[in-house]
Design a binder for this molecule. Structure first.
Ligand SMILES: [Fe+2]
Length: 181
C-alpha cells in the first residue's frame, strides 16, 4: 500500500496548479472507478481499491502539458498570474512528453511507484498494455467520464479512431462479462 494520504493529493493539486475542471474530472473518475472496484470485489476478485482510487485522483495531475492552448473559459476559476505562468512554462518545457508519462515520472521519483504505473497506463494508447484489473479499471473509468459527467464509452470517445473504439468496446465487454458471470 502506498503512503500517499488525501492531504498529500490535495498538496499535489496545489503544487502543480491543477485547474479546477481537471480536479473535478479526476474526482468523478475516482468515483466511477471506486464503484467498479466494489463490483469486482463483490464477485470475489481481489482489487486494491485504495490504490485505484488514488491513481484515479491523480491520473490527470499534469494534464495541462497536453493542452494545445489554454482555454481559460473552460477553467472555471479565478486564475492567478502564478497559475498562468506555471501552466505556460509547463506547456513550453514538456512538449516531448505526454501528461501521463510526466505525472508517472514525478510520482515515481517521489516513491509512489504503483500509483505511477496506473497513471502511466491510463494514456489512451496504452490500451494494448493493460494487464491487471487495477490498470483496466483506471483506464476504463477515465474513458467513461467526459469533463465531470459519466457518459457512455461511445460518446466519450467520439473523436477516436475506429480501431481505438473497437478496442475500447472490447475492454468494456471484458469488464462487463466478469461482472455479470
Ligand atoms: Fe482523465
Amino acid at each position: 500500500m502506498t503512503k500517499l494520504k488525501a492531504k498529500d493529493i490535495y498538496d499535489l493539486y496545489k503544487e502543480f496548479h491543477v485547474p479546477k475542471n481537471v480536479i473535478d474530472h479526476m474526482v468523478k473518475v475516482a468515483d466511477v472507478a471506486e464503484k467498479l472496484c466494489d463490483k469486482f470485489i463483490k464477485k470475489g476478485i481481489k482489487i486494491d481499491k485504495e490504490l485505484v482510487v488514488k491513481a484515479a485522483l491523480l491520473h490527470d495531475l499534469l494534464r495541462v502539458v497536453d493542452f494545445k492552448e489554454l482555454k481559460l473559459k473552460r477553467i472555471k476559476q479565478h486564475v492567478t498570474s502564478e497559475d498562468l505562468e506555471f501552466w505556460t512554462d509547463l506547456m513550453e518545457e514538456h512538449k516531448e512528453i505526454n501528461h501521463a508519462d510526466l505525472a508517472a515520472k514525478i510520482l515515481n521519483k517521489r516513491g509512489h511507484k504503483r500509483i505511477a504505473n496506473l497513471v502511466k497506463k491510463h494514456f489512451i494508447t496504452e490500451i494494448d498494455n493493460l494487464k491487471t484489473w487495477e490498470e483496466k479499471i483506471v483506464y476504463y473509468a477515465d474513458k467513461r467520464v467526459k469533463g465531470k459527467r459519466k457518459v457512455g464509452i461511445k460518446r466519450r470517445m467520439r473523436k477516436s479512431t475506429k480501431e481505438m473504439k473497437k478496442k475500447l468496446i472490447q475492454l468494456e465487454k471484458e469488464i462487463k462479462k466478469v461482472l455479470k458471470d
